[in-house]
Ligand binder design. Sequence first.
Ligand code: NAI
Length: 338
Amino acid sequence: NPPNLQMGEGSVLERSSCRAKGGAPGFKVAILGAAGGIGQPLAMLMKMNPLVSVLHLYDVVNAPGVTADISHMDTGAVVRGFLGQSELEAALTGMDLVIIPAGIPRKPGMTRDDLFKNNAGIVRTLCEGIAKCCPNAIVNLISNPVNSTVPIAAEVFKKAGTYDPKKLLGVTSLDVVRANTFVAEVLGLDPREVDVPVVGGHAGVTILPLLSQVKPPCSFTQEETEYLTKRIQDGGTEVVEAKKGAGSATLSMAYAAVKFADACLKGLRGDAGVVACAFVASQVTELPFFASKVRLGRTGAEEVYQLGPLNEYERIGLVKAKKELAESIQKGVSFIRN
Ligand code: NAI
């Protein structure tokens, strides 16, 4: 084989035949905001995922450096970098899954809603690109405030005529990851054995862990319930304060994002029984969006599960969560409509 001079990636000495993946199933994944605190470890972990054949890394800064670095890992996925708005369309074309951790993170004293002004516009622009270049892709939206950015994305897709509610998923998996960890600590179990459903949204009181539904079945005292609920709701703030202005959760978030993205890819592949929590279009409550367990399949979130029986403490939490969520959802919708 002569060297392929047209590849536009890697060395001119690269033989095109070396790129064959032996027919293994592989998905094309783009990360938007790939040079950031979450984006970099997320890119690294996705490069290690055997379900990924092509990995596109897009950012408005430093994308070439991160791409060069990640591309030296001897795993299967082919990595390509894209820098700046003029390369957004090339980054998105043909993608099966788009993961979005673009936008500024919190500093001490800030709520996620304080990020709205900056991040709403970023999410709008990126979603306009998705509607144009890969309207059938599954979207995993990480950028905060998730409770508002998911409604923003939905409105952008509706305007473009490409909206498929099954394919737009707000990433709340870090809340589940934290809940599993903190509950395991209290119960003295291995966190890998623990499964805590976390529903509602992704900010403060909208984060509602259902401790009455923890697997393996267990019970908590009132004191334990209050401690755990508060710690899970404030987990992000715990990290923001410990980082003292240097950002919010990035490493645990990248881990949680990859866990969720992997579930989405397994669903796309057709695996049975892939279930995870996510913030999605929902009829579980009267609100248009709500986080709960969903079943992931070939077309995205194919089934949104009901909340199941709640105890008194959780019912009160649900009322609080819905009040704040309704406002955040409305704020996102209005940003596009008005
Ligand atoms: P960061 O500031 O380290 O990285 C953000 C990246 O986005 C930067 O590389 C920046 O250049 C890039 N960016 C900015 N504008 C862009 C645009 N128009 N297009 C593409 N890329 C753009 O922030 P970090 O820590 O990675 O956090 C990213 C977002 O994730 C924040 O909004 C944060 O609040 C959110 N987050 C969400 C969590 C969740 O559970 N859903 C958990 C933790 C953070």
